[in-house]
Write a protein that binds this ligand. Sequence first.
Ligand code: CP
Length: 306
Amino acid sequence: MTNLKNKNIIYTQDLTKSDILKIVNTAKRFANKKSSKLLYGKVIANLFFEPSSRTRFSFETAAKKLGAETIGFSGTESTSLKKGESFEDTIKVINGYSDCIVIRHPDNGAAKRASKIANIPIINAGDGSNQHPTQMIMDIYTILESHKKINGLNVALIGDLKYGRTVHSLSIALAMFGANLYFISPSQLKMPAWVKTELKKHKAKFSEITKLSDVLNKLDILYSTRVQKERFKSMSDYNKVKNKYILNLKDFINVKKNLKIMHPLPRVNELPTEFDDTPYANYFEQAQNGLYVRQAILSLILGAIK
Ligand code: CP
């Protein structure tokens, strides 16, 4: 039986299909529920070394709705990291003040490093261009809400597949659930080799293409992503790719009736607001689902729900 008590949520590969479904099914219980005191007396530390709106506020809201207290920071300006304290010492100390650490950091592997120091659960809220596993679980939740299944669905991930951590975590999970994957990106921003190696372990069907029009009409899910400007070393490299995959509503003529567009947000120009009032738009529901999924994760890993 799946038991998530005291489990770290660091990478998709650390989770089984049954772990993901356990979180998804628990999240459904929170979707129509007001507040509860399941985590009364607990303290959640939200350590955001990198900017965030959805992830930080949804974790904070999730904790408060469950009766927990929160501590933490958004940006290190007001912390002793500014005086030269190490990441490791910071984690060691906050480990003693809290019951769970949620960490977003610009460096790949930062949450993993924290998990080696801490003896409380660590949740990776995004580590550099690597992974974003809680986003993956809310994405799986959202797809199961709209399509009731994942096996056999045609899912295209479009945009910045190199630096976009959400698509790394999600595509590995989609492979576990048996979706057919299409990766659409400029050649400079292709899905990294390590992700494709993981997909092969699950015998996933995936192909890399450059034109959305080649697959648009057979898609069930189109997952749009922002080109991650902050990860580029050269702005001229960014400028070359930033406008490559801007969705255009005029192209959506013969698409499947239940096609859903998803996006982890924030968006820049790749997903124009003209899509917002169409039946395809599912990205604000996706963001909302993040709250329920994070309530489920906190409740399960802190042992308030089995
Ligand atoms: N999707 C996501 O991680 O959004 P934030 O960067 O606003 O948390």
